[in-house]
Design a binder for this molecule. Structure first.
Ligand code: GTP
Ligand code: MG
Length: 552
């Protein structure tokens, strides 16, 4: 097992913490150390969904005794798991051992009455806990952090980290925590309760980076309203020569049905959904959606329906992300690099998306010799009858059991892979070739889009159609520059003590304005100056900064 890097707020420097936990020198990480059987995506989703259904979200008074809180709730049944977090107030996530406990708690819960306003009496699993007498409680709560570390910390971590650990440290700091994942499934489950008022058998499933192993703290929550159970529940065997069908309203197309369903659910969220604010119905988009903020969890949510292929894409990425631990570390590093240089943005536009970047990393890892990741076609060859899956005429068959995929014999280090990634894409013939993870090789571009990444399941589509020539050029320039910087740092990376950034830290530095007019030497000097200044300022306020974000 790999050592776990701890970044604690205890006395001593971050560097000391990191060095203490460093890998023994000479050990090379291959990504296949973990021999524990790995769960299928569907198993993981079902388990977490079931946990979420036994869970409640409680807004707590500012000062509360954890012991008394747990004792009070235990009246309704044993508690399996709980944690607190802060998001403009103190919240608790409480998972009971049995689902009945939730009903029992709800039965003893009242709808508030207010002097000036009127409550809509919707009984959800999002509750408020009030103190009966205003006796002030001693607060002794440890709350978990749901936000990503600041940019400054990101830089500090990668700067001070040595050996092979930069990318892994970044991953450990930014990946979704167990608590954050639980909160994501709980939020979906709360939204499912609202949608279930119309469609009792619906399921709201998280997809995208919340579940595909590439989620970063603070990423949005993509939700899929799955109505398949509602549609296909008619498999009851009845005797006699008759069968019954529901009388339904018909609309001219699947798209119109999707728009009508999302419109109604959007209204429900807006009018009845506790904590759902800023509801926007974006129904004319290529993929219609309802966007809203779930205030209590702090998640920006995108709810879609009739979007099963996206769920399948998430499953495929989950497989790639779980197969080899180098994959996630590299994807996180590249995503952070892209964000630091404004190659990606939270606003939709002509820029590269995180989804496209992830596809590029997967493709690159399929191109290594020997390959680190298998092609989608070879995952299809490993599939059995149970894995067969056709969605809207598209073949989405691939092996779902991770334990049937043979590990790669490739032992390249993350440090090398990062450099090679930039070199590979810094020199890629984007003008004539497309990226294709199904076959794991470059192919002629079928059209003139600047960047062409074939959609793995809807193979006639390009997932990066939105990317403009200038954004692609910016990516290529930065990739070339980063490859160059990493090459330079190869020779002097033992000079951490000279306060020089190296490896990932060096390429996360904001780009110097008008850098093209700088000579390479000047660029390097300017980068070193920035680091020196940053380190100076860190020395003065390190303790405060770290206590704030690391105490768990
Ligand atoms: P974040 O930036 O962390 O949110 O990454 P993400 O993977 O969740 O991306 P996003 O929220 O933009 O999209 C959610 C999911 O929708 C992705 O994981 C994909 O499965 C799918 N998706 C997003 N963009 C595209 C696209 O252009 N084409 C296709 N086919 N699927 C897409
Ligand atoms: Mg997302």
């Amino acid at each position: 097992q790999r050592p776990i890097l701890r970044l604690l707020s205890c006395p001593g420097t971050v560097a000391e913490d990191l060095r203490r936990d460093e890998q023994p020198s000479g050990s090379v990480e291959t990504g296949f150390e973990d021999k524990i059987p790995r769960k299928r995506f569907s198993e993981m989703q079902n388990e977490r969904r079931e946990q979420a259904q036994r869970t409640v979200l409680i807004r707590c008074p500012e000062k509360i005794s954890e012991k008394k809180f747990l004792k009070y709730l235990s009246q309704h049944g044993p508690i399996n798991n709980h944690f607190f977090y802060e998001s403009f107030g103190l919240y608790a996530v409480v998972e009971f051992c049995r689902k009945e406990s939730v009903g029992s708690l709800q039965n003893g819960t009242r709808t508030p009455s207010m002097a000036m306003e009127t409550a809509i009496p919707f009984r959800s699993r999002f509750l408020s806990l009030k103190l009966k007498n205003q006796t002030s409680e001693q607060s002794c709560i440890q709350s978990s952090d749901q936000l990503p570390p600041s940019n400054r910390k990101l830089f500090e971590i990668t700067l001070l980290c040595r050996k092979y650990d930069q990318l892994n440290t970044l991953l450990k700091e930014f990946q979704l925590t167990e608590e954050n994942t639980k909160l994501r499934y709980l939020t979906c489950s709360l939204i499912e309760d609202i949608a279930a008022a119309y469609f009792p058998d619906c399921v709201v499933r998280p997809f995208g980076s919340s579940v595909n192993t590439f989620g970063k703290l603070g990423c949005d929550l993509d939700m899929f309203l799955d109505l398949d159970e509602t549609r296909n529940l008619s498999t009851h065997k009845t005797s006699g020569n008759f069968l019954t069908e529901f009388q339904v309203k018909n609309v001219p197309s699947e798209r119109i049905a999707t728009q009508k369903i999302l419109s109604v659910i959007g209204e429900c969220l807006d009018h009845f959904g506790p904590g759902c604010v800023g509801v926007q119905k974006i129904l004319n988009a290529r993929c219609p959606l309802v966007r809203f903020s779930h205030q209590a969890s702090g998640f920006q949510c995108d709810l879609t329906t009739n979007n099963r292929i996206a769920l399948t894409s998430s499953e495929l990425l989950y497989i790639y992300g779980t197969l080899d631990s180098r994959v996630r570390a590299l994807v996180f590093g590249i995503r952070c690099w892209a964000r630091a240089h404004s190659l990606t943005s939270s606003i939709p536009g002509a820029w590269i998306t995180n989804f496209s970047l992830t596809m590029m990393v997967i493709f690159f890892l399929q191109r290594r010799s020997p390959p680190i990741l298998p092609t989608l076609d070879s995952l299809k060859t490993l599939a059995d009858a149970e894995d067969k899956c056709i969605i809207e005429g598209n073949n989405c068959t691939f092996v779902r059991d991770l334990n049937r995929i043979k590990p790669s014999g490739n032992t390249e280090t993350l440090e090398l892979l990062l450099k090679e990634f930039f070199e590979y894409f810094g020199n890629f013939a984007f003008n004539k070739n497309s990226i294709n993870i199904r076959q794991g090789r470059e192919q002629n571009k079928p059209d003139s889009s600047p960047l062409y990444i074939q959609n793995p399941f809807e193979t006639s589509l390009n997932i990066s159609k939105n990317v403009s020539q200038s954004q692609l050029q910016k990516f290529v320039d930065l990739a070339q520059e980063s490859a160059w910087v990493l090459q330079q740092k190869d020779t002097d990376r033992l000079s951490v003590s000279n306060n020089q950034p190296w490896g990932l830290a060096a390429i996360l530095l904001p780009t110097v304005p008008n850098r093209r007019s700088f000579t390479k030497k000047k660029r390097k000097r300017s980068a070193n100056e920035s680091v020196r200044n940053l380190l100076e300022s860190l020395k003065s306020n390190r303790t405060a900064n770290f206590t704030e974000t690391n105490e768990k």
